[in-house]
Design a protein around this ligand. Structure first.
Ligand code: PLP
Length: 395
C-alpha cells in the first residue's frame, strides 16, 4: 500500500471500497497513477467525464472563470448561470432550470417541486412512485426513493412519501397510484441498478398514465443525459417528454453541478421555497456551458451512439467466444457485460493489471461508461484486454 493509501485509511471515513490505485492525472480517455502507470479509462469519473479528462474547452473556460468570478450569491444575476440555463432550455423540451450541486440534490429538489405541484394542483398529494432497482442518490429522502433495500436498511426509519414498485411493470404503477400520488419518478435505463432497459412501450404507457391521472412524470437523466445513450437526452429516443427532468453527472465535466428542469406548468416554486448557496455558481456553470456547447457543436451524442454500437458488437463477439458471458446490454456508451457467475471483481482486477479501468456493476456484471469522445481505436484496445483477461479465466 502506498503512502497515500495508508493515509486514506487513517483519515478518511470507511465509506469506499477503493481499488489499489491512486490517480494523479488524466488526459482524454487516459489516466495515470502515482507511479506513472497509464490506464485506459472506461469508468470516466463514473459517467461524468463525457469529454474525457481535462478537455481543453473545459480547462480554458474554467481557467478564465477562475480569474473572473468564482462564486456570487444567488441574490444576484450571474452570466454563466443564465447562459447555461438558456442552452439547456433551447435544447430540451423543458422551459425552466434550477441549478444545484449533485444528482441527489437535483432529485431531492425535483421531489420538492412535485410536492409543491401536488399542494397547489392535486389536493395536497405528496407521494412519489419510484421503482425497484432504481438509484436516485444518497440523501435520506433519495435513499427512500431508491428502490434497493441495501441502501435503505441501514437508515430505517426513512422519510415517508415514497412508494417503490416493480420496474418495467405498468400495472404496478397503476396499482400504486392513489389520490396521494403527486409524481412518478423513473430512470430511462436503470444505471446503478444494473443497466436495466425497460420495454419502450413501458415508458410510453407510463407517460400516458401520468397524463390521464394529471400527475407529473419526473425523469432522472442524471446518468443517461448529456449524450451518454446516443442522444442528448435519453427521452428523445423514446417518444416521450418528461414534465420534470434532473441532470448532474456529465453536465460540467466534473465540476460539481446538478440541475432540475421543468415545463412551465410544473415550474411552481416561488421565491424562498427552494435555494442553494453554491448551486449554479459562475465556476460550475462556465464548466457546464463549455461542456454542453461542445457536446452540441461536435455532435458528441451521435459519436456515443456509433462507438457504443461498436463496443456492443465487440462485446457480442466476446459472448460468442466465452459461454460464461450471459448478456450484453446497454444504450450508447452505457453498457453492461454479465457473467454466469460472480467473477466481475476478478475480471476487473485483471483488467486493472493490464491497464484498463472498468466498473463492477454487480458481483456478476461489469459496466462500461467511457468518455463519449472515444473512437473505435480505444474500444479495440479495451476489447483486446478483456479478451486476454477472459481467455485466462477459461484456461
Ligand atoms: C449517480 C446518480 C444519482 C446521484 O448523483 P450524485 O451526484 O452522486 O448525488 C442519481 N440518479 C442517477 C440515475 C444516478 O446515476
Amino acid at each position: 500500500m502506498s503512502k497515500w493509501q495508508e493515509l486514506e485509511h487513517q483519515y478518511f471515513m470507511n465509506t469506499f471500497e477503493r481499488l489499489p490505485v491512486t490517480l494523479v492525472r488524466g488526459q482524454g480517455a487516459r489516466v495515470w497513477d502515482e507511479d506513472g502507470r497509464e490506464y485506459l479509462d472506461f469508468v470516466g469519473g463514473w459517467a461524468v467525464n463525457t469529454l474525457g479528462h481535462c478537455h481543453p474547452v473545459v480547462v480554458e473556460a474554467v481557467a478564465e472563470q477562475v480569474h473572473t468570478l468564482i462564486q456570487a450569491s444567488n441574490q444576484f444575476y450571474t452570466v454563466p448561470q443564465i447562459r447555461l440555463a438558456e442552452l439547456l432550455v433551447q435544447n430540451s423540451c423543458l422551459d425552466k432550470v434550477f441549478f444545484c450541486n449533485s444528482g441527489a440534490e437535483a432529485n431531492d429538489g425535483a421531489v420538492k417541486l412535485a410536492r409543491r405541484y401536488g399542494k397547489l394542483n392535486l389536493d395536497g398529494a405528496y407521494e412519489i412512485i419510484t421503482t425497484m432497482g432504481s438509484f436516485h442518490g444518497r440523501t435520506l429522502a433519495m435513499v427512500a426513493a431508491t428502490g434497493q433495500s441495501k441502501f435503505q436498511q441501514p437508515y430505517i426509519p426513512l422519510p415517508n412519501g415514497f412508494v417503490n414498485v416493480e420496474y418495467n411493470n405498468i400495472e404496478a404503477i397503476k396499482a400504486a397510484t392513489t389520490s396521494r400520488t403527486c409524481a412518478v419518478m423513473l430512470e430511462l435505463v436503470q444505471g446503478e441498478g444494473g443497466v436495466n432497459l425497460p420495454d419502450d412501450s413501458y415508458l410510453t404507457t407510463v407517460r400516458e398514465w401520468c397524463d390521464r391521472m394529471g400527475i407529473p412524470l419526473i425523469l432522472d437523466e442524471i446518468q443517461t443525459g448529456l449524450g451518454r445513450t446516443g442522444t442528448l437526452f435519453a427521452y428523445q429516443q423514446l417518444g416521450i417528454e418528461p414534465d420534470i427532468m434532473t441532470l448532474a453527472k456529465g453536465l460540467a465535466s466534473g465540476v460539481p453541478l446538478g440541475a432540475i428542469l421543468a415545463k412551465d406548468k410544473a415550474s411552481v416554486f416561488t421565491p424562498g421555497e427552494h435555494g442553494s448557496t453554491f448551486g449554479g455558481n459562475p465556476l460550475a456553470c462556465a464548466a457546464g456551458y463549455a461542456t454542453l456547447k461542445y457536446i452540441l457543436d461536435q455532435n458528441i451524442a451521435s459519436n456515443a451512439k456509433r462507438v457504443g454500437q461498436y463496443l456492443t458488437n465487440g462485446l457480442e463477439s466476446l459472448r460468442q467466444k466465452f459461454q460464461f458471458i450471459t448478456d450484453v446490454r446497454g444504450r450508447g456508451l452505457l453498457v453492461a457485460l454479465e457473467f454466469s457467475s460472480d467473477i466481475a471483481q476478478s475480471v476487473l482486477m485483471a483488467c486493472l493489471d493490464r491497464g484498463l479501468l472498468v466498473n463492477r456493476l454487480k458481483p456478476n456484471a461489469l459496466r462500461f461508461m467511457p468518455p463519449l469522445i472515444i473512437g473505435n481505436g480505444e474500444v479495440d484496445e479495451a476489447l483486446d484486454i478483456l479478451n486476454a483477461v477472459l481467455s485466462s479465466i477459461t484456461n
